[in-house]
Design a protein around this ligand. Structure first.
Ligand code: KG4
Ligand code: ZN
Length: 331
């Protein structure tokens, strides 16, 4: 079964063709990062406009690169939630039009189901159940993936998402958007013990909190500025990255161990080298297998949406043309 995936929830316009949820035939991503960087973060209005401008060309390129015509596609899968509402609507409405015009069923896909499905593209043999840490710019959730379409969220970030914390701390350190990769680069040359940052407390066993950590960094930088003191920027970035990664890796490995499941990481933050390394180390000690997506599939893309769509498709059924988009929606 060939599925055309469409993704437009944030600042990437993407289209992809995937066969049977596992084989990537093409994946085209038009990123708007350079433009949003001018403003220090994603500007929703600009994002929606660029999606509308780019979606046709990106989709055509995905079909061309896969060497198939629209007629050969079996279904269209599009992200309908969560994300920036205008951005989501641009991709979803395009997918609706395409589905109607070509007479193909429409599958409405939750963005975080998509991030989890990026693992199926990387590991053709991977099957649920497993414990997944989904870490992106907007979400941090610990999910017991019981089956392809059966998810239990057992922990979450109670305030800022992991990627959001990286982005905000980066801004404080004068680094451009998106902050995750910038913090990582700066931290590589720093001492992770340079600053003793707080270890935030959460009530839920598998919940995490990053807001206090972020505020601690902001206060440290502001106090140093007022006193005219130099900040060890690399040391601060390394101390922050270690704290965040430590919290995420510990929660994931604890949960996987407790439930006797393999572990997985996915989402934009899962490209982080320290997170991969630390989780691998902890899993190794406990004999837990660990999976993470190929780097090109960590950030937003449409291949993961097409892969999730394959598992969510019910023969004979199609999402209605009245299908709406939702900025916030539990998985
Ligand atoms: O999944 P994604 O592409 O978009 C959302 O669904 O939000 O995730 C983007 C997030 C951004 O916050 C970005 O700073 C973060 O992923 N990110 C990273 C790294 N690369 C991207 N965070 C930490 N380390 C990285 N190397
Ligand atoms: Zn995402």
């Amino acid at each position: 079964m060939l599925i055309l995936g469409i993704e437009s929830s944030c600042d990437e316009t993407a289209a992809s063709v995937v066969q049977d949820g596992r084989k990537l035939c093409s994946s085209v991503v038009a990123t708007q990062i350079a433009e949003h960087r001018l403003y220090g973060g994603v500007v929703p209005e600009i994002a929606s406009r660029r999606h509308i401008e780019n979606i046709v060309g990106v989709t055509r390129a995905a079909l061309d690169q896969a060497g198939v015509s629209l007629a050969q596609i079996d279904a269209v899968a599009a992200t309908f939630a969560p994300g920036l509402i205008g951005a989501l609507l641009a991709g979803l409405n395009f997918a609706k039009g395409l589905s109607y015009a070509a007479g193909k069923p429409l599958i409405a896909v939750h963005h975080l189901h998509g991030h989890i499905a990026s693992l199926y593209l990387t590991y053709p043999e991977l099957k649920p159940p497993f414990m997944a840490l989904v870490v992106s710019g907007g979400h941090s959730q610990l999910v017991h993936v019981r089956d392809y379409t059966d998810f239990e969220v057992i922990g979450r970030a109670v305030d800022d998402a992991a990627g959001e914390a990286f982005d905000k701390v980066a801004r404080t350190l004068g680094l451009p958007y998106p902050g995750g990769p910038e913090i990582s680069k700066l931290a590589a040359g720093g001492d992770p013990n340079a600053y003793h940052l707080p270890l935030p407390h959460t009530d839920g066993q598998y919940d995490v909190s990053f807001s206090g950590l972020k505020t601690a960094v902001i206060n440290l930088v502001n106090t140093a500025k007022m006193k005219g003191e130099e900040i060890d920027r690399a040391g601060l970035a390394a101390s922050f990255e270690h704290r965040v990664v430590g919290m995420l890796a510990n929660r994931l490995v604890q949960a996987a161990d407790e439930r006797g499941l393999p572990a997985a990481i996915c989402g934009g933050v899962s490209v982080n080298g320290l997170l991969r390394h630390k989780t691998q180390e902890l899993c190794g000690k406990r004999g837990i297998s660990l999976y993470f997506p190929e780097k090109s599939l960590c950030g937003d893309n449409a291949a993961m949406i097409a892969a999730a769509g394959f598992y969510e498709y019910k023969p004979g059924q199609s999402a209605p043309l009245s299908q709406n988009a939702f900025a916030n929606l539990e998985m």
